[in-house]
Design a protein around this ligand. Structure first.
Ligand code: 5AD
Length: 346
């Protein structure tokens, strides 16, 4: 007990710890109140009580990849595929802007339809209509040239989770043609291009161990991302991992708090996956150090189809049009949803 307390205090003051200390926390399953309080204080010192919102537009569920955990994998014949047009995406932005969103996140599978030309045209149109807003892309692995062209078209940020920083674990979650090395190359290329970069991983993915989690933390220290998104793994019935266990709420909250202490400046979302496994997941994530939420701004008729995992939440506080619910929840937990781009504070 004493030992745990000492490690938390050290992590809180030095924003680092040894491998064995981090492993101790990763494996610790006792009361985490002190850890959450320290993480909350650290977030408070950089970002105050502000919670930033991002309007998430799921632009396509077509994907050429076959990640073993993901419901929109190419080989899932049960997935009903869709993609949004430029006009539909701009309509989402219009609705979002009215609601107070100043960041739009376009996320999709790796869909060949969105060539640089097509995507740059959309990014450019959004930035032209909303020069006061940030555009974030979450469109997977692309070439350095592609990242550069999208940046030049006006994209500000890019989300690409590394998923796991352990080579053999990465291999067990992805098809042969994908590699951790390539994923890392993309992340460093994005940084070099000038994007605010987000990475992250699932908590409790099949084969994850305390050792692979430690590797995740160390890799993030090397990458120094601006945003870090983590959420529990949740099985999808049409994947090879259909019968696997979901990641835990407590373990996810604990890792959010550890990440906050390691990366005081980071933008850390309370993810939809966390909100999916627990109705109070969001508020608890805020109290553990999270400071971002990404409500769903996609057209309502496609939300059901962007099914990365089963029962993905897309109503109530997860829905952009119900922002009032989220504001209320944040307020009750002692936080405040703000109208702002919400850039990283380095
Ligand atoms: N459970 C939880 N998260 C998932 N993702 C994909 N499939 C799942 C799943 N079954 C996450 C991945 C990806 C992000 C967009 O969604 O980490 O990077």
């Amino acid at each position: 007990m004493k030992k745990t307390e000492e490690i938390i205090k050290k992590l809180s003051s030095e924003h680092n710890a040894t491998d064995s200390e981090l492993l101790h926390l990763i494996n610790y399953d006792g009361n985490c109140d002190l850890l959450f309080d320290e993480a909350n204080k650290t977030r408070q010192s950089v970002y105050g009580k502000d919670v930033y919102i991002r309007g998430l537009i799921e632009i396509s569920n077509h994907c050429k990849n076959n990640c073993l955990y993901c419901g929109i994998r190419a080989s899932n014949k049960n997935a009903v595929r869709y993609r949004l047009t430029k006009e539909q995406i701009l309509d989402c932005c219009r609705a979002g802007y009215e609601l107070g969103f100043r960041t739009f996140v376009m996320q999709g599978g790796e869909d060949g339809y969105y060539t640089d030309e097509v995507l740059c045209d959309i990014v450019f149109a959004i930035k032209k209509e909303y020069p006061d807003c940030a555009v974030t892309l979450s469109m997977g692995e692309r070439s350095c040239e592609s990242y550069q062209r999208l940046y030049d078209a006006g994209a500000d940020r890019y989300l690409l989770r590394h998923e796991t920083a352990d080579n053999s674990h990465y291999k067990s979650l992805h098809p042969e043609c994908m590699s951790l090395e390539e994923r890392k190359n993309c992340l460093f290329a994005l940084k070099k291009t000038g994007y605010q970069v987000g990475s992250g991983f699932m908590v409790g993915s099949p084969g994850q161990t305390s050792k692979t989690l430690l590797a995740d933390l160390r890799f993030l220290q090397e990458l120094k991302p601006d945003m870090i998104g983590i959420g529990p793994f949740i099985p999808h019935c049409d994947t090879e991992f259909a019968k696997e266990k979901a990641g835990g709420l407590e373990q996810t909250l604990k890792l959010i708090a550890i990440l906050r202490l390691l990366f005081p400046y980071a933008l850390i979302p309370a993810t939809t996956a966390l909100g999916t496994i627990a109705p109070d997941g969001r508020e608890r994530a805020f109290r553990a150090g999270a400071n971002v939420v990404m409500p769903n701004l996609s057209p309502e008729n496609v939300r059901e189809l962007y099914s990365l995992y089963n029962n993905k939440a897309h109503s109530g506080a997860e829905a952009a049009e119900s922002l009032g619910i989220l504001k209320e929840q944040a307020k009750n937990a002692g936080f405040e949803v703000v109208v702002a781009r919400g850039d990283v504070k380095r």
